[in-house]
Design a protein around this ligand. Structure first.
Ligand code: UDP
Length: 478
């Protein structure tokens, strides 16, 4: 019997959003959460996914659940268990939903059997907790197969898909065919953007809710330039001898300090005055670490500019079996760069033992960066883009997926039309490096874009609206 992991999330006061959004918007938010409290008085809102840390979904759940609890809603988070076969299959599905093959292999009878087998026991464990009338948000392909079990138990089930691609191909359709039988019973489907909606699902059940970031989390909270330097030097990423502590605020309000080292490969820490360009991503081929590196080495001939490719230490992300392999690939491609390029490209594995410490390091490096890159081949949304924009950084990113909803080219960032066009990517970097006033203007506009569209209140209000409709619909039907 698998052991469902319960992720404990502390309640946070949604009132703090007053600090960052305009007053009339805050008032609407306050009204919506009062309604939610009444509507959900006797119901638990469950979130089910497959990892408690690493990647965008875990990042968002941490904060949305905290504010929902702070609003007086009984929101909970459980993580399912799976064996390596299950995660190999779900990673294959994930890659194919993005239009990429991923690990070779079928999504046929044997895969259905292994997928269902892993989920059966998770479903039984969930049934011990979930009551009729509860709301269950199932996240991503790993949990799709739980829909029927939870519907049979009388729950309201929403399946949320965080990945997608703009122009579906046969690989994506293959993944849809695999998943659709599992999710037809759901009450609603949520996609991150219109273009990600699937063929073959009931139109009226599909909803679009873009993701959001938490302005107050260790990942995004304000940080003085001196603290940024202190954190980067404490973790060994950038040289420094700071006299302020490498401190950040934990979610519970206590102070944390960055102490754990970042693992750097073959190179010493960066010099203090170096201009840094960074991409922060899981080690995943769809984030194109090789292209980010090669494009920089070949097309950004500015000696004081260095690239940092930062990602999690690879043991840490339980549902991502390819991380170690992709890191090894990236490292050997780095070894193959000409010497001049090699000295300006740094691979960094960030410590993951303490999620808040990891987040504070990401925060510091995004703030320290001259430019943040997200040159993905496919991207559901790209939280790293919103994170960097919120920090007023100019972002150079591929014109794909949800990145297009965040960045308007030349206004709130810089978009590369073809993610494989390394020369265009290099030119966008050089242009921003050589025009700091333009870069600063773009950074400022980027921050306002996130304030308008990608903070928690907008996201929570859309969920409340959807749940309200589903609950009301259910009551009418009875
Ligand atoms: N991230 C992190 N530490 C790392 C690498 C990534 O905290 O070492 C975070 C990153 O800041 C972002 C999330 O993981 O919040 C990645 O979300 P995104 O939507 O960009 O991509 P995904 O991993 O979901 O494909």
């Amino acid at each position: 019997m698998p052991h469902l992991e319960r992720v404990e999330v502390r309640a946070l006061a949604p009132q703090r959003f007053k600090e960052v959004i305009p007053v009339e918007r805050y008032d609407r938010f306050a009204e919506a959460i009062a309604q939610a409290r009444a509507l959900l008085a006797d119901r638990v809102v469950w979130n089910v996914n497959s990892t408690a840390k690493g990647g965008g979904v875990a990042e968002m759940l941490q904060s949305l659940i905290a504010y929902a609890k702070g609003a007086g809603v009984d929101a909970r988070w459980v993580v399912i268990e799976g064996d390596p076969d299950f995660f190999t299959i779900t990673k294959r599905i994930h890659n194919r939903l993005h239009g990429a093959e991923g690990s070779p292999g079928e999504l046929a009878g044997a895969e259905h059997a292994a997928y269902e087998h892993a989920l059966e026991a998770n479903g039984e464990a969930l049934l011990e907790e979930v009551a009729a009338g509860d709301i269950v948000l199932l996240h991503d392909p790993q949990t799709a197969g739980l829909t029927r079990t939870l519907k049979d138990a009388g729950a309201v089930v929403i399946w949320r898909c965080h990945v997608g691609l703009d122009m579906p191909n046969e690989l994506a359709r293959e993944a849809w065919r695999f998943l659709i039988p599992y999710i037809t019973a759901a009450d609603a489907y949520v996609f991150s953007r219109q273009a990600f909606q699937w063929e073959g699902l009931e139109q009226g059940k599909m909803h679009v809710i873009p993701p959001s970031i938490d302005a107050f989390s260790p990942k995004n909270q304000d940080m003085s330039p001196a603290t940024v330097d202190a954190i980067l030097s404490a973790t060994g990423l950038v040289e420094g001898d700071e006299n302020v502590p490498p401190a950040f605020l934990r979610v519970d309000g206590s102070e944390g300090k960055v102490t754990r080292p970042t693992q750097l490969f073959d190179l010493p820490p960066l010099r203090a005055g170096t201009r840094i360009i960074v991409q922060v991503s899981r080690w995943d081929r769809l984030k194109d670490p090789l292209g980010v590196m090669q494009g920089f080495a070949e097309h950004v001939p500015l000696e004081d500019a260095h690239l940092v490719l930062a990602g999690p230490s690879v043991e840490a992300v339980a549902d991502d079996p390819e991380g170690a392999e992709v890191l090894a690939e990236t490292h050997s491609a780095w070894e193959g760069l000409p010497a001049a390029g090699r000295e300006r490209v740094h691979l960094a594995c960030l410590p993951m033992e303490d999620g808040a410490e990891n987040a504070a390091i990401v925060n510091a490096i995004q703030r320290r960066a001259e430019i943040v890159v997200q040159k993905s081949i496919a991207e559901g949304f790209g939280l790293t883009v919103a994170e960097a924009m919120w920090k007023g950084r100019p972002v150079v990113a591929s014109r794909i997926g949800g990145i297009q909803d965040q960045i308007e080219d030349g206004v709130t960032g810089s978009l590369i039309d073809d993610p494989h066009d390394l020369a265009a990517y290099g030119a966008a970097l050089v242009n921003l490096l050589e025009n700091p006033a333009d870069a600063a203007g773009i950074g400022k506009a980027a921050q306002e874009r996130v304030r308008d569209a990608f903070l928690g209140p907008r996201h929570l209000m859309q969920y409340i609206d959807l749940i309200r409709k589903l609950v009301a619909g259910g009551e009418t039907a009875q």
